[in-house]
Design a protein around this ligand. Structure first.
Ligand code: F6R
Length: 608
């Protein structure tokens, strides 16, 4: 994680670095810092906490300089205090880093043995000292960086500023993303193109292992083998404006409310509405007919989208689907069959574990299809085919609209696969497509439950633990509900398959534990209701999310029943995501939590 930015410019840079960091705060917000060159000397300002603390500091102690680097941190090594905030400096250079240097302990011991004095607990500081050390041995900055990078194990993106060198900024990447921006007599480095959007839309993405040597007017790239390399520049369309909250209090609220619109936009990309069939523009690389198996890999909320999709692919296309969280999949040496497809699901397209799973699968002969929200991301660029989610920038740390767009895309792809494999006839495809097309309107209906949910949130805010239950595709929704609640309200919550309750978790039930049951009136409804009865019999306080038929049939006392519109159960997860998100949101807001930037989290998880 962490966001890094660098500007080698022709006018004062500190304000613009702060502006770029604002766009990168989604990558972490434990501490921030900036360094510039003033009369050839490195000057820095750092602050614990969010960017506004650094801004306040800069107001008190402004920083001039037309070349500089900046950082917003998500702590990995060392507490999130000012001493550990980047940039880290020596008497020769300043460096900002995103990623983890895995062998930092060994390098630090070696450097300390050679007389280096460390100020912080970070892994990053070893990079500063290694480069300094190489320069003391007579190497120039570029040679020093090129020499020391092979000694670093792990993932990194770096931006480095050198004392006395107003004409030089060096960037490097391995495992973590880094983009170069081309301006008018100025050049930029940034963790993503969005950060650089106010300055330029002309971007060069660095490849794995690249070193970028920037002056005000030139870019030189040295590849991993030490050779000069060319990388294409491209004009990108990120929109130079920062996503705005509009009339909403939080980005998360705005993003929840945007869902009918963005889901409609996404499904329009995959559905030929006139014909009632699905399309997959750009999907030529995927031959559904030849597949022996699909493997899905993702993290967090994106993983739950994949878990729902497993039900859809198996049901519509009769393809066996294996799914695993990326952090486990990548290390378990999974055997992958010939003619296998890996689907990776990611909002950011930069999640380190998901990217590593992709690379493992690609190296093992799998076709890679990525369902991503950022089409210029590393995951998108390394895939054979991309199925974009058109959710637009998601700023709130808790994923909402990206999730429902992922579900929309995966549903359309499962229909595609079913048709291609001869498992769905035209009538069934038409019925599924029309169920999908009904979703945006039903989401608008579901949104009307918000005032009830707001009242319910007061009750939930008193709970220490909350359980979520569901069966079938409602099981991943129970997992997602629990994740959403715990990540923004800090209330302990767990999701369970409803039938699994009696195998252990039922021991937790008493009157202090609210149990949220996700149960559209589908083919497993009665089974779920039996499990709900078991909860009620033990004094559990039930909140039931169902439809009118389900509410009428449940016959169990609840503290609240949220009645969703009638929805074809097959697309229920996409609609039921809304009350689940709103429950978490309103509970956290009622408790006064920072819902857009919850503690310890970051939006883009580029470390393992
Ligand atoms: C939870 C959440 C995370 C992400 C996960 C994967 O609300 O946002 O669990 O879903 O970190 O991130 P992406 O989708 O960017 O790969």
């Amino acid at each position: 994680m962490c966001g890094i930015v660098g500007i080698i410019g022709n006018r004062v840079v500190s304000g613009r670095i702060v502006d770029a960091l604002k766009r990168l705060e989604y990558r972490g917000y434990d501490s921030t810092g900036i360094a510039t060159l003033i009369d050839g000397r490195i000057e820095r300002r750092r602050a614990e906490g969010k960017l506004r603390s650094l801004e306040a500091r800069l107001e008190r102690e402004p920083l001039d300089g037309v070349i500089g680097i900046g950082h917003t941190r998500w702590a990995t090594h060392g507490r999130p205090n000012e001493t550990n905030a980047h940039p880290h400096v020596t008497d020769r250079l300043a460096v900002v880093h995103n990623g983890i240097i895995e062998n930092f302990r060994q390098l630090r011991d070696e450097l300390e043995g050679a007389g280096a004095r460390f100020e912080s607990d970070t892994d990053t500081e070893v990079v500063a000292h290694l480069i300094s050390h190489a320069m003391s041995a007579g190497l120039d900055p570029v040679a020093a960086v090129t020499t020391i990078l092979p000694r670093l194990r792990g993932a990194f993106a770096l931006a480095i500023l050198f004392q006395g060198r107003g004409d030089l900024l060096i960037g490097a990447r391995r495992g973590s993303p880094l983009a170069v921006g081309h301006g008018e007599g100025e050049m930029f480095l940034g963790s993503d193109a969005l950060a650089l959007a106010p300055f330029t839309d002309m971007i060069t993405y660095l490849d794995e292992g690249d070193i970028a040597v920037l002056s005000q007017t030139s870019l030189r790239i040295i590849d991993e083998a030490g050779s000069e390399a060319e990388r294409p520049s491209q004009q990108i369309q990120t929109g130079a404006f920062m996503a705005e909250k509009g009339n909403f209090r939080h980005f998360m609220a705005k993003e929840i409310h945007e869902q009918p619109e963005v889901v409609a936009r996404t499904l329009a990309h995959y559905v030929d509405m006139a014909e009632g069939v699905t399309n997959f523009p750009g999907g030529e690389g995927v031959d559904w007919t030849k597949l022996s198996r699909i493997t899905i890999s993702a993290c967090g909320t994106a993983f739950y989208a994949g878990l729902v999709a497993k039900y859809w692919f198996e049901r519509f296309a009769r393809i066996p689907v294996e799914i695993d969280v990326a952090s486990e999949f990548r290390y378990r040496d999974a055997p992958l069959e010939e003619n296998g497809l890996m689907i990776v699901v990611s909002q950011s397209g930069e999640t380190a574990d998901t990217l590593a799973s992709l690379r493992y699968a690609r190296d093992n002969g799998q076709t890679i299809l990525s369902v991503v929200n950022v089409p210029t991301s590393s995951i998108a660029r390394e895939s054979h085919a991309i199925a974009p989610t058109l959710a637009g920038p998601e700023i709130g740390v808790a994923s909402t609209k990206a999730f429902t767009c992922q579900l929309t895309v995966l549903f359309a792809l499962a229909i595609q696969a079913g048709r291609a494999r001869g498992k769905l006839d035209a009538a069934r495809e038409g019925a599924l497509v029309s169920a999908l097309m009904s979703v945006p309107a039903l989401m608008n209906e579901a949104m009307k439950r918000e005032p009830e949910i707001e009242r319910l949130a007061r009750e939930l805010s008193k709970a220490r633990d909350v359980l979520y239950l569901g069966r079938g595709t409602s099981y991943p929704m129970a997992l997602e509900g629990a994740l959403k609640l715990k990540e923004i309200s800090y209330i302990h919550a767990e999701g369970y398959a409803a039938g699994e309750l009696k195998h252990g978790p039922i021991a937790l039930i008493d009157e202090s534990v609210p149990v949220i049951v996700v149960a559209p009136h589908d083919e497993v409804f009665e089974k779920t209701i039996s499990n709900m009865q078991e909860v009620a019999a033990r004094g559990g306080r039930i909140i039931l999310i169902t439809d009118a038929k389900g509410a009428a049939a449940a016959g169990v006392e609840t503290i609240a029943t949220l009645v969703m519109p009638d929805v074809d159960p097959v697309v229920a997860p996409i609609v039921y995501a809304l009350p689940i998100q709103m429950i978490a949101y309103h509970t956290a807001v009622f408790m006064g939590k920072d819902v857009d930037q919850p503690r310890n989290l970051a939006k883009s998880v580029t470390v393992e």
